[in-house]
Design a binder for this molecule. Structure first.
Ligand SMILES: Cc1ncc(COP(=O)(O)O)c(C=O)c1O
Length: 462
């Protein structure tokens, strides 16, 4: 058979192109290539791990004809598994967190997958945690097999066998730096191990991690770019890292904020013609930082896991970006919350951790009687909007015993508007909930505004 003709999609996975970055490298002397994993049949790097895990399970007799594939995933592994399972006659059930993009969930359903959406932010071991739900389903369904990408050795092995050798061959052995994000760790571990071995230890392996992720030394607080990093719920008793991740293979980790990932993502689309997913923005941001420190002989390869098509309703959507106070993709062309209200700049909000006592909350409210106290999962630092559990005021605590846990007396979270959001759009969204609103800047709560003032400002600007 000639090149490029395959018996099934199983053989069509891998051998993705490397494309050089030309316009966003900002004068770096090093060469930077992006490996375009969205060109796999299932649309992401995860096709590689999905294929390896299914083939290994068949070999081990764990997955038999007519069986059911079950997985916990932010989406892409499920899509890869579903495509391969369909071609081999298996049914697929996937458990996804509710922060997965609408597009990924729709893609899973389009592949005939039975999708279970679980609430995000549950500690490991909680019965509603992604993995617990998937394990329960796998135990209940006859003939079911749990893929378990976080601990399945076939995941990193797929990259040792395919991604690593491809990069070595495509660069003619000239690759000096490999950059990738870390989710399960399968990509960076397998590819990194292969490249180190074949180069006699010369290739440097760089992890690209969301700034607050635990992998890179962050406190585990939430972030907005999907599918990479390691989140730490404050109620997690023992923090376990996936077996698929071998941290000792990583020479350094670059910590990248959401806003840096999103800015690079926009530049990739507009200046390089590459419409990529959020974790590609994180990885390329890290690669650009590294490239700035290197010379003309250096060849940096950064792996881009998937396409921006899966995130059109998030990272490329001004409504989503504006709501969290991220820079808009297009120009606002009208007054924004941040431009109109001076309070948004430099304000510090009082927060209290979800496990604190009513007495501790009362003490805080004495210092700031007019400001509600935000109840957040984490103990200190700026409150991540998606982690704010509620609001506490003196009134909501009236009659509560001092030693009670504050969470039990909290009022519902406030509506959120973004600092970059057009005032008119914010007013529309809060119209049915007058009263105080939270203002988000780059995903963090920075101020409380009177909603009536936003509505009045929108009316006056008409
Ligand atoms: C979009 C995206 N980026 C990055 C990753 C992380 O890759 P790995 O799990 O191999 O560390 C994943 C994994 O699901 C992904 O779907």
């Amino acid at each position: 058979m000639s090149d490029g003709v395959y018996d099934s999609i199983v053989e069509a996975i891998g051998n993705t192109p490397l494309v050089r970055l030309n316009r966003i490298v900002d004068g770096s002397a090093a060469t930077v290539y992006v490996k375009l994993e969205y060109l796999n049949p299932g649309g992401s790097v995860k096709d590689r791990a999905a294929r390896a895990m299914i083939l290994a399970a068949e070999d081990a007799g764990e997955l038999r004809p007519g069986g059911t594939v079950v997985e916990a995933t932010s989406g892409n592994t499920g899509i890869g598994l579903a495509a391969i399972a369909a071609a081999r006659g298996y049914r697929t059930i996937v458990v996804v967190p509710d922060k997965s993009s609408r597009e990924k969930i729709a893609l899973l359903r389009a592949h005939g997958v039975e999708v279970h959406v679980t609430p995000g932010g549950r500690p490991a071991g909680h019965p509603e945690h992604l993995r617990s739900v998937a394990l329960r389903l796998a135990a209940e369904i006859p003939g079911a097999w749990f893929a378990g990408q976080y601990d399945n050795p076939a995941n990193p092995e797929a990259h040792r066998r395919t991604t690593g050798p491809e990069l070595w061959a495509q660069t003619g052995g000239r690759i000096t730096h490999f950059v990738a994000g870390v989710g399960t760790g399968g990509t960076i571990t397998g590819t990194g191990e292969y490249l180190k071995e074949i180069s006699g230890g010369a290739v440097r392996v760089i992890g690209a991690d969301p700034a607050t992720s635990v992998y890179g030394g962050g406190d585990g607080r939430a972030w907005y770019v999907e599918s990479v990093g390691h989140y730490l719920h404050p109620e997690t008793e023992t923090d376990e890292w996936p077996d698929s991740y071998h941290p000792e293979i990583v020479d350094r980790i670059e910590r990248i904020s959401d806003v840096e990932s999103l800015t690079v993502l926009g530049r990739l689309a507009r200046e390089e013609g590459l419409l990529l997913g959020g974790s590609s923005g994180t990885a390329v941001a890290a690669a650009l930082r590294i490239a700035r420190t290197l010379g003309p002989e250096d060849v940096v390869v950064v792996l881009a896991p998937d396409s921006g098509r899966s995130y059109l309703s998030k990272y490329f959507d001004d409504d989503w970006l504006g709501r969290f106070g991220f820079p808009l993709y297009g120009p606002a062309n009208e007054p924004t919350i941040g431009a109109l209200f001076d309070e948004v700049a430099g304000s510090t909000l009082r927060t209290i951790a979800s496990g604190a006592t009513v007495a501790a909350a009362r003490e805080l409210l004495e210092v700031a009687p007019v400001l509600p106290v935000l109840l957040q999962r984490s103990a200190s630092g700026p409150a991540v909007v998606v982690e704010i559990l509620g609001v506490v005021t003196a009134a909501s605590l009236a009659g509560a015993p001092d030693d009670a846990v504050v969470t039990e007396y909290a009022d519902a979270p406030l509506p959120v508007v973004g600092s970059t959001e057009p005032v008119r759009r914010a007013a529309e969204r809060i119209a049915d909930r007058p009263g105080p609103v939270l203002v988000a800047y780059e995903g963090r709560a920075v101020a409380v505004l009177d909603g009536a003032r936003i509505i009045a400002a929108a009316t006056n600007s008409k």
